[in-house]
Design a binder for this molecule. Structure first.
Ligand code: BG6
Length: 498
């Protein structure tokens, strides 16, 4: 496994440090709360194993903790299965042994003192500079208990804490939760994770927008007609009814992932790619959002949802949502942002589509086909191997003047650096260890999102049924008319040549 640490943009040796340089990586004890849960199994343990294997985090020790009574050996066995099943990179026996050697388990039932002494023992092995990263992969109610426990166990100093959504249920509960956490940790120690922002493709939006003279000048209401952020999922509840039933698609996906991605699409250029500047610009987007009008929202529920185990027979939870969001600022006034996501839909996709205003068509002969296939589009695919496509009209070869939609496409797969892609959690854990808040959300940002969501939360439109395997209830077409949803795509992405 090559040492990839050189690929991070660290300052060159001897160069003058700037405020944009990340903190060098100190040795870390990572305490993983919820270590036997689904997220730990699918993402966090495989991610930590890869970070160690690739030498991004050479000096870490991981202490798993959860309610289950396991020995450290039993936990290592589970971690090995998780890495084998869900890991994105193969590990040799020797690499596994190196990682396993750094894993311990302390059951919650052993109490705060047992956890504190395991942390101390790990710190002794790592030396005096060791820091702590507490990863709270637990539901919000349990998160409060964990924070109290960290305080009682004296594990707050030299520590950072990563918290998973949902950050409250509405403005009042978000404020309460933020206040509660702030009693123990200051904001600089808190990392509220939204894994969509850790995806390479999400970061590429910033690179694409701000590094290119071609696109930067046209990124506004004078040239852009509308934007779609469309994240249909083909998967269903996946045994998560206890979480999903009180949450629903809006709180699970929109007020979190889709709006965070939207802020990257819509923000003004930050003064630097550093946390404060980026948070400021993101928060300005959220503050400029008009309160969500329930009349601009379609809530859907797939047929059969009410029969799922753990779901109320008269449940009003939406498993689908499509909505129009307006950002009422100088750049975006009058440009609608359409957001859609749902479970058990026809396809799993994650796209952002920018539709440009159309050119006048009068010079082309009638029947030329100009404009007949919709406006020019710039499309980002947020898949791990990200893709970008720019569609435009071009002349069909041959006599006369027939126009057709063509496209230029780019895929990370074709660059030979697809193997360097960090999974979102890997990147974000690494950033949290370096104290880099750039891709994390702030208390203020979360609170303004809840504030703008209040009209919808207070008066949600009734859920409309949709058949599993479709694109949602019919009302989605009225919501976007006279425009149209990009998905399903009329033309497939081109496949990379092997
Ligand atoms: C999670 C949601 O945060 O994101 C899930 O709770 C959703 O419901 C998932 O399926 C989607 O993330 P990804 O990265 O798998 O597309």
């Amino acid at each position: 496994m090559p040492d990839r640490t050189q690929t991070i943009a660290y300052p060159a040796p001897g160069s003058r440090p700037s405020r944009r340089d990340p903190e060098p990586l100190a040795p870390h004890v990572i305490v993983l709360f919820g270590a036997t849960g689904d997220l730990a199994k699918r993402k966090l343990l495989p991610g930590l194993a890869y970070l160690q294997q690739s030498k991004f985090t050479p000096d870490v020790r991981v202490i798993g903790t959860a309610t289950e009574d396991l020995t450290s050996d039993e936990f290592r066995e589970r971690a090995r299965k998780a890495v084998e099943t869900f890991g994105t990179h193969k590990m040799s026996d020797e690499e596994w042994a190196q990682f396993a050697d750094r894993l311990e388990y302390v059951p919650v039932t052993a109490g705060p003192d047992a956890l504190a002494s395991a942390v101390k023992a790990a710190e002794e092995l790592l030396g005096p500079d060791a820091r702590r990263l507490h990863y709270l992969s637990v539901p919000p109610k349990a998160a409060q208990a964990v924070i109290a426990m960290l305080r009682d166990a004296g594990l707050v100093e030299r520590a950072r804490v990563v918290m998973e959504k949902p950050f409250g249920d509405d403005l009042a509960t978000a404020i309460d939760l933020n206040d509660f956490v702030h009693e123990t940790f200051d904001e600089s120690q808190i990392f509220r994770i939204d894994h969509f922002l850790g995806k390479e493709a999400a970061l590429n939006i910033l690179a694409f927008r701000f590094a290119n003279g071609l696109f930067e000048p046209i990124w506004n209401r004078n040239f852009i007609d509308h934007v779609q952020i469309d994240i249909p999922e083909s998967l269903g509840l996946d045994q998560r009814a206890t979480f999903y039933e009180p949450t629903g698609a809006f709180k699970d996906m929109v007020v979190t992932h889709l709006m965070q991605v939207m802020s990257f699409v819509a923000m003004e250029p930050p003064t630097a790619l550093e946390p404060r500047a980026i948070s400021e610009e993101k928060n300005k987007v959220f503050r400029s959002m008009l309160p969500i009008n329930p009349g601009d929202v379609v809530r859907g529920q797939y047929s059969g949802y009410r029969g799922e185990v753990g779901v109320a027979p008269d449940s009003d939870t939406e498993t689908f949502i499509a909505l129009k969001v307006e950002i009422d600022n100088w750049r975006w006034a009058g440009v609608p942002f359409y957001l859609r996501t749902g479970k058990k839909m026809a396809e799993g996709q994650r796209i952002i589509s920018i539709a440009f205003k159309e050119a006048p068509k009068t010079m082309f002969p009638s029947g030329s086909g100009v404009g007949s296939e919709g406006p020019d589009h710039l499309t980002f695919d947020l898949a791990d191997s990200s893709r970008v496509s720019l569609s435009f009209y071009g002349k069909r070869p041959g006599p006369g003047m027939r126009l057709e939609k063509l496209s230029m496409q780019f895929s990370t797969q074709e660059t030979g650096s697809a193997g360097d892609v960090l999974e979102a959690y890997e990147r974000l854990i690494l950033d949290a260890m370096r104290g880099d808040h750039t891709l994390f959300t702030t208390a203020e940002g979360i609170e303004s999102l809840w504030d703008r969501s209040a009209p919808l939360l207070e008066d949600p439109p009734p859920v409309k049924p949709y058949q599993p395997g479709t694109w949602g209830p019919n009302a989605i077409h009225q919501l976007i008319a006279p425009r149209a949803w990009r998905l399903p795509f009329e033309r497939e992405w081109r496949q990379a040549k092997q």
